[in-house]
Every structure is written in C-alpha cells, then in structure tokens.
Ligand binder design. Structure first.
Ligand code: FE2
Length: 433
C-alpha cells in the first residue's frame, strides 16, 4: 500500500426543509439559500461556476431559437396525430420535442368533433342558464382577465368528459408521458399508460375581445420547489454541484410529497399541461406563448442564489402566487418567448410542467379562442390521492378542490354521468381496472 491515502470524503451538508409553509418566509428563505450555497460549495464549485454552466447552455438554446425565428421557421414542434397513433414519429421531431419541451399535435381530434364539442358546451351552459346565474370570477389569478365569463368554471360537461376519456387522448398522453424517465432506482414513479383525468376548466374567448393577456409565469409550485424534501431531491443535481446531470425529463421524487397550499395550486403531477382547441386560432390573436427550452428550470432555480439577489428574496417567488418569470431576473430566457403557430379546432397544445408560459395581449380578437384544458397527469401516488376528491366532485357535480368553490353544476341535470364512464374514465377516477 504505497499510494497516499485519499482524503476522507466529507458528506455534503444536508438541507433544512419545511414540509408545510414556513411561518417566517423571509427567515426560511435566508436559511435555505445559505444552505444551498454551502452544499454547492462542498462540491468544490461555486454557485457562480455552476450557474455559468447553465447560462451557457441556455444561451445556446436562445441563439438557436433566435436563428430559427430569423429563418422563418416555426419554433413550436408540430407532430401529426396519425404518426403518434402509428408509432411513426420521426426521430428529428422527437428530439426537437425533448429540446423545446412543447408541442402542437395536429389533428388530435377530427375538426368536426371539436367544433361539435364546442357547440355541446354552449348548449350545456345555455340549458342550465349559466350566463344568467354567473356570479363573476372567483379566482385570484384569472380574475385579472375581466368580468365576463371567459374562463368557464365548468368541469363536468359531456364534451369535456368525452374528450378526457377518449382513446385518442389516452394515446397522446401516453406518448407525452414516455418522454419522461418514469422508472429509476427500482421505483416506478408513474404509470405512463394511465391518466388521472385531472378536471380543469374551459376558456371561450369571443370575437372582438380586447385582453391584456397573462404575464409570464410557471405553475409547478413556488417556495416549496426549494424548501420541501421531495423537490430538493427532484432538483438534487442543481443543488449539489452536478448540474450537468440535471435532466428535466426525470420524474424521480416529483410524484409524491407535499405542496404548499394556495389559491393557484395544482395538486397533481402533470408531465405536460395542455389544451385542446375547440376553435381555429391564428398565431397573432392573443395566443399561448412559452419559453421553449426544456432545461430552463435549472436557470430559474439557481438564479436566486447569485449575489445580486437579496438574501430574503427568491427572485419574487412567494407562496400563494404563481412563480413569476420576467425581464428583471431572467432577461436571457425572455428572449426566447415564442407563440404557438396557427391551430385548428381539434389540434392540441402541450407544454412541459416546468415551462414558462404566458398569454399574449390581443385587441379586437379575430375569431373565437376556445379551448378545453386537459393535461397529461399520469397515475402516481400524488395523483391517486387527488383522484379521491375528484371522484366526489364528479359524483356531486362540484368544483374540484384545486379550484374556487363555485359548484355551478351541482344542480345541472344533463352533466356527464357515472354510467357514461368507459374503461379509460373508470381507471382515471380510480374506479377499478
Ligand atoms: Fe399557468
């Protein structure tokens, strides 16, 4: 044994964690930031060095998107539904999806089917005198949109449920879920072939609308992303100096664990958020935008640790609000903000759950802007837990527990019924296999 002994490895410092919203947010923020800096420093790299790696990668993506835009290319990847059904999605399309983290599925449903659903929804709310009884927005977030019902707090129409439990929906969700690594370390984090039918609302934005849109934000959480044990494990590579190994498609530790409660929370794990178009929409009529860089979360999570951010500030992220992204702290990311291309009724639109998104302002909108929000929320402990409350809401026609307490549909007679559930619907609600 002539070689010199290696120095004993020093385990990196552990992180404090708060499984419920901390009482003193500023103190907890100071504490976790100091601990994260110390943990990264224990790897032998500084926060600045680690962030520089991320920034270079993001810069390369931004440059690529800028160049593609100048060449007149569509930034959002587009895949035709028949290719998903036949398993013939070209490799280049798959790699662009993994890189950009968002997707338009062309012809997900027949256009006539989608337009029929739009009419069915209008009939459903009309027969139940929704417009006469509408009490105004009850939501802290979407209420900024205006006082007219643009977001309908409607969850249980036959049209929505038919779309949620449709074979074509299940097939696209399975395809999207499989972009994620869902098994590792002997754990199956989620079942890519079983969706939990997360009930969400409808948007029907009429012609002639003038709207300020919605600012750039993210939906996966807020301070809990840094402060709970599960998310600290999910983002482990960002916090221990091995940032090169961070994989935005790794579901490990994301499918269980607590979230800090709030009025804008989403209790389930979504691989992708999404909506299905119920009208044709032109790309310049106040449509969805994203920062189409799948790995951007690394930038967003590490940015608050740099020295120019006050110790008690996470770049404006706080509880009970969506996670803001903006030109103050993230100007590089904002350069990549890109809108969807023109879509037709029956196309669907998807974006990775950690992705920055916004809705552009519009003046005197041409054509309708109608969508059903239907994400990909695969079966996992977190989603199974929420499914119990979804079942109750479905049976009683109530607003699901993630949403404002409005309950318009409780007395509506023609909502989707238990007997109307097919195999996909029953599995999604946890009502047997
Ligand atoms: Fe959002």
């Amino acid at each position: 044994m002539s070689s010199p002994a290696l120095p004993a490895a020093v385990p990196p410092p552990t992180l404090p964690h708060w499984e419920q919203t901390p009482d003193d947010l500023a103190a907890a923020t100071r504490e976790i930031k100091a601990a994260l800096r110390a943990r990264i420093a224990a790897s032998g790299r500084t926060v600045e060095e680690v962030f520089a790696v991320v920034e270079r990668r993001i810069q390369a993506e931004v440059d690529e998107i800028t160049a593609a835009r100048q060449r007149g290319e569509t930034i959002w990847p587009v895949i035709d539904y028949p290719d998903i059904e036949a398993g013939t999605v070209p490799d280049e399309a798959l790699s662009l999806l993994r890189r950009r983290g968002c997707l338009v599925v062309r012809g997900h449903f027949e256009r006539t089917q989608a337009l029929g659903w739009d009419r069915d929804i209008l009939d459903y709310v009309g027969e139940n005198r929704f417009f006469e009884n509408y009490r105004g927005p009850a939501d802290d977030f979407f209420s900024s949109v205006g006082s007219k019902p643009e977001i309908y707090p409607i969850y249980w129409s036959p049209a929505q449920m038919q779309a949620r439990q449709d074979d074509r929906m299940a097939r696209v969700q399975g395809f999207l879920n499989r972009q994620w690594k869902h098994e590792s370390d002997g754990v199956r984090w989620f079942d890519p072939d079983r969706d939990s039918l997360y009930p969400d609302r409808i948007r029907r934005r009429p012609e002639g609308t003038t709207s300020g849109g919605l600012g750039t934000h993210l939906d996966p959480g807020n301070l809990d992303l840094w402060m709970t044990k599960a998310y600290q494990q999910a983002f482990r590579h960002l916090f221990d100096g091995t940032v090169e190994q961070y994989d935005p498609w790794d579901a490990a530790y994301r499918t269980d664990g607590p979230q800090y409660p709030g009025t804008t929370m989403c209790s389930v794990f979504r691989t992708f958020q999404g909506w299905t178009a119920l009208s044709d929409m032109a790309h310049d009529q106040g449509v969805l935008h994203t920062v189409p860089i799948a790995g951007a979360m690394a930038y967003l999570m590490l940015r608050p640790l740099l020295a120019d951010v006050p110790d008690d500030d996470m770049c404006g992220v706080t509880v009970n609000q969506t996670f803001p992204a903006n030109g103050t702290w993230h100007p590089l990311l904002m350069q990549a903000l890109s809108g969807i291309p023109d879509v037709r009724a029956g196309d669907s639109v998807w974006w990775h759950c950690d992705m920055i998104h916004s809705v552009a302002p519009v003046q005197n909108q041409q054509g309708w802007g109608n969508v059903m929000y239907i994400p990909a929320a695969p079966w996992c402990p977190r989603n199974e837990h929420y499914a119990a409350s979804v079942r109750d809401a479905f049976i009683t026609g109530s607003s699901p527990s993630d949403f404002p307490v409005e309950h318009y549909e409780r007395t509506w007679t023609n909502r989707f019924q238990l007997d109307d559930l097919n195999h996909i619907g029953r599995r999604g609600f946890g009502l047997g296999l």
